[in-house]
Design a protein around this ligand. Structure first.
Ligand code: SIN
Length: 303
């Protein structure tokens, strides 16, 4: 029997739950040689700041047995350039809802970037990154304190009519309190998790592998942590959650939806093998059949 892969993020219907995660898909163009972008449910573009940024010094990627470390430092061409150059190029090839991932170093930064990008019709929702572990004086600082997370949420909500999803950090003792603060401040949804703060050392040189010394760990190794956090948060909030962190198979997608997520993002797996997106899409109907699932959106959160 034909399976129904469609899911909903609030009122927004996606043809399927697969969304490339911000920072692992650029603005889509590098993936054009591999597959038709329109097979995706949506895509979350590279974290965009008000002003252009060159990012952190290299090396800023380190390999790990079950994933990778990055300390990119929010390299991006700035909100105005994204609006006038990157999105028009992407729109020629991608006709699905776009998720605009926005980062900032102050509340005003977030608000101004969101105001600029709100002009683009194809942007269906904002994903506000308050969880970047690779920059100082912003990023994760907003996502590790409930009051600061709420302040950014309230300010961004006032700046746009589009739905606002807050992207949360796992580098906290109680992610539920941050999630609740965002919901109470008016967030329409949440995205979680961002990367786990990690480190590698080069024993020969006796120094950290990354120029920034520490970075964000992502990949299959973090999947159980992400699943646990999504499950904890979805048990305590009423707004939709986009689940991410180490997803690399159709079974992982099903598990994440069973943890209460409404859609999923895939990051590190797509960097290792861009064809993971068409592969998971092709595998999903059989895996759904195996678990007796007819429609993805009917999956209930496990207790
Ligand atoms: C980066 O650009 O440093 C990654 C973004 C993030 O982890 O939020």
């Amino acid at each position: 029997m034909v399976k129904d892969l469609s899911v909903f993020l609030g009122d927004l219907r996606l043809d399927n739950p697969l969304i490339p995660a911000s920072g692992t898909f650029g603005f889509g163009m590098e993936f054009l040689p591999y597959f038709d972008l329109d097979i995706l449910g949506s895509l979350s573009f590279k974290g965009t700041t008000l002003a252009p940024r060159e990012g952190n010094p290299v090396p800023r990627i380190a390999d790990c047995p079950a994933g990778m470390l990055n300390s990119v430092g929010l390299q991006n061409p700035g909100a105005e350039h994204v609006l006038t150059q990157e999105i028009p190029a992407l729109k020629k090839h991608f006709h699905k809802p776009i998720i605009a991932n926005v980062s900032g170093f102050s509340v005003t930064d977030y608000v101004e970037a969101v105001r600029i990008l709100s002009a683009e019709e194809q942007i269906a929702l904002f994903e506000i990154n308050i969880s970047c572990p690779n920059v100082h004086g912003g990023g994760m600082a907003f996502g590790t304190d409930p009051a600061a997370a709420a302040e950014v949420t309230r300010a961004v909500k006032k700046a746009t009519d589009k739905p606002v999803y807050m992207k949360l950090s796992p580098n906290v003792t109680d992610i539920v309190s941050i999630a609740r603060a965002c919901e109470d401040a008016g967030a329409d949804g949440l995205s979680l998790i961002n990367t786990l703060l990690g480190m590698r050392i080069d024993p020969l040189r006796r120094r950290p592998v990354l120029a920034n010394k520490v970075g964000g760990y992502s990949g299959p190794g973090i999947f159980p942590v992400a699943l646990r956090m999504v499950w904890q948060v979805t048990g305590q909030v009423r707004i939709p959650v986009i689940g991410m962190g180490g997803i690399s198979s159709a079974r992982d997608v099903i598990e994440m939806l069973m943890a209460g997520a409404s859609a999923v993002q895939i990051g590190a797996a797509g960097l290792r093998d861009p064809l993971v997106f068409p592969r998971i899409l092709a595998d999903l109907p059989d895996v759904m059949e195996e678990y007796g699932i007819q429609a993805l959106r009917d999956i209930q959160r496990v207790e």
